[in-house]
Design a protein around this ligand. Structure first.
Ligand code: NAG
Ligand code: NAG
Ligand code: NAG
Ligand code: NAG
Ligand code: NAG
Ligand code: NAG
Ligand code: NAG
Ligand code: NAG
Ligand code: NAG
Ligand code: NAG
Length: 487
């Protein structure tokens, strides 16, 4: 029996406000709403088992959606003196505005130094402090790391205006080309809040044009292409982090990445970038434990959400995704690496016009596992591959020659094991050329897909199920044509 998880659950109020968000995308949530029922992940596959809990740490309402101008977090500590900024009373320290440090918010004026000074001021403050990016202007900022190792207190960064990257890749400096590159990084900041309602814009079109993974119709490789495009915003080694009510646009590559963090809440993020942009994942999670991602809508050129190795206890709920490549676990095991992902729940979400719905992808030759994964209450509209496990994943940037991934995996006889995966209450339509279910599992002994369960799955149109090396368990499953062989 699985120990019951302390994952938060939803009240009907949050669901109602979510359908209001998604209606901007031409629809509302499915009629069969999660209602007042509360769900816990069901790793033991005892169907209908749910644990009533208190509502989640944040209750969303229509009222709070648009009005976060006032920070809820301006708490003060009576035992610490507070910087007397602009004559404010100690009990309500005035926000530290980047303008005070000379930020101009004028087209193409470099405000990086002002951000740096403002961050140092906030970081050295003894009491809880608000760092403000004022409204109505666009602040151009170069690569910058908001380093928190020396910070003394809780910082809330309020972004009301826009933080903008310079568009020319030549303005970036990467000392080590073989590493992942970054634009804005929050590193080792504890108890950080980053909130909107403003925008972070990666201004990434020039990067897209030189990408090796052209995601447009021709799919031709660009001469002198590069894969160096930076991630727009990275949170690295942050514990107790909240990121909410922010807009992200035109990331150079991924939009938001959580790396090596614990206890993260990401909510009400709006990511809207061209479908033709390459590698522009919406929210990327790697080596991160205890993360809730909720109430967000994501339109982009790659995965709306990607969950990578080292991630544990990931809860994704109320996401509207599309266009994009859906919600993915992986790719795992790339280049023969060992990856572990466990306890992932994707709940109450809607995918519209995406290439994939819910996907698990692993490279041949890797090792480790993806386990205890639940996809529940998910609506698919016109999705090409709504349910997919691919243990023979080979990125399009790598060549597939005669059905083999080139360069070939270092070890041929290993696979990232995929087990305990539950698909429950998944409804919707498959696109014209799509396939409802693809389980392309590994033939490696002991590495294949195990304990794959489908319950209450109804997918209309599109092609049949395509399966190899898997024997799923079905109940209440209604697919267009056939299904994979039963156990
Ligand atoms: C997956 O869930 C099972 C059943 O609850 C549990 O025994 C196992 O430890 C979990 N695996 C991981 C890696 O968390
Ligand atoms: C804060 O600054 C104002 C104006 O500069 C001053 O009058 C006040 O005494 C200061 N308060 C504290 C607690 O330093
Ligand atoms: C660049 O980064 C890679 C990967 O982290 C590392 O192996 C290599 O030593 C680094 N090279 C330099 C010059 O720092
Ligand atoms: C987490 O961070 C928030 C915001 O800074 C703070 O109010 C809260 O006390 C922190 N929680 C813990 C357990 O430190
Ligand atoms: C699409 O591909 C062509 C040919 O490589 C390239 O010139 C163009 O910039 C690409 N468009 C986008 C939006 O990436
Ligand atoms: C990951 O986080 C832990 C603490 O949470 C830290 O000790 C470690 O140095 C971090 N690893 C990297 C690669 O930053
Ligand atoms: C997303 O961006 C496109 C192009 O800028 C725009 O037409 C569309 O309205 C945006 N969608 C949302 C939901 O903001
Ligand atoms: C799918 O449809 C069936 C029958 O109409 C319903 O029982 C189930 O709750 C629906 N699930 C979702 C996720 O929409
Ligand atoms: C379904 O998606 C395809 C692209 O995958 C698009 O061409 C088509 O117009 C969509 N159909 C509907 C009904 O939205
Ligand atoms: C599984 O993936 C391999 C490699 O991409 C491909 O050649 C094969 O056709 C796929 N099998 C199914 C059943 O889709």
């Amino acid at each position: 029996m699985a120990p019951q998880r302390q994952l938060f659950s939803f009240c009907i109020f949050s669901v109602l406000s979510f359908s209001t968000i998604t209606s901007g995308y031409g629809g509302t949530l499915p009629d069969n709403k999660p209602s007042t029922q509360r769900f816990a992940p069901m790793y033991s596959y005892k169907l209908g088992k749910s644990v009533p809990q208190e509502a989640g740490p944040e209750r969303f309402s229509l009222h709070t959606l648009g009005s976060t101008l006032q920070s809820k977090r301006m708490v003060t500590n009576p035992f610490h003196p507070i910087h007397n900024v602009s004559g404010a009373r100690p009990s309500t320290p005035a926000p530290i505005s980047v303008d005070k440090f000379g930020a101009k918010g004028i087209d193409h004026t470099d405000d990086t130094k002002a951000f740096q000074k403002a961050w140092l001021e906030a970081c050295s403050s003894n009491g809880a402090v608000v760092l403000l990016v004022p409204p109505h202007r666009s602040y151009f900022v170069k690569q910058f790391t908001f380093s928190g190792a020396q910070c003394k207190s809780h910082i809330t960064m309020q972004i009301h205006g826009t933080i903008m990257a310079f568009e020319d890749p030549k303005t970036y400096h990467f000392p080590n080309k073989s590493k992942q590159q970054y634009w804005l990084t929050f590193e080792r900041v504890q108890n950080l809040v980053v909130e909107g309602p403003g925008t972070i814009n990666g201004n990434g079109e020039k990067w897209w044009q030189s990408s090796c993974k052209q995601n447009n119709i021709t799919r031709t490789l660009v001469p002198n292409c590069n894969n160096d495009a930076p991630t727009a915003v990275t949170f690295k080694t942050c514990n107790n982090l909240t990121v909410h009510n922010l807009n992200f646009e035109k990331a150079q590559q991924k939009h938001v990445s959580f790396e090596n963090c614990t206890d993260v809440k990401a909510s009400r993020l709006r990511i809207n970038t061209s479908e033709a942009s390459p590698n522009t994942d919406g929210i990327h999670v790697t080596e991160t434990k205890n993360i809730d991602i909720s109430m967000s809508r994501i339109s982009t050129g790659d995965d709306c959400i990607s969950i990578m190795g080292g991630s544990q206890n990931v809860y994704v709920a109320n996401i509207a995704c599309g266009p994009g490549h859906g919600i993915s676990i992986g790719s795992l095991g790339r280049g023969g690496s060992e990856d572990h992902v466990s306890d992932v729940t994707v709940f109450g979400s809607r995918l519209t016009g995406t290439m994939y719905g819910v996907r698990i992808k692993t490279w041949p030759g890797g090792s480790g596992y993806a386990t205890n994964i639940t996809f529940q209450m998910i609506q698919m509209d016109n999705v090409t591959n709504p349910i997919i496990i691919d243990q023979n994943y080979c990125d399009t940037a790598t060549k597939v020659i005669n059905g083999e991934c080139k360069p070939p995996p270092l070890q041929k006889n290993t696979a990232v094991k995929v087990h305990n995966v539950m698909y429950q209450s998944i409804n919707g339509t498959v696109s014209k050329d799509g396939q409802a279910i693809v389980f392309n599992c590994s033939s490696v002994p002991g590495g294949a897909c195990e304990k794959i369960v489908l319950d209450d799955v109804r997918l209309e149109k599109g092609g049949a199920a395509v399966c190899s090396n898997v024997k799923p368990t079905y109940s209440r499953v209604d697919l267009p044509l056939n299904r994979c062989p039963n156990q």
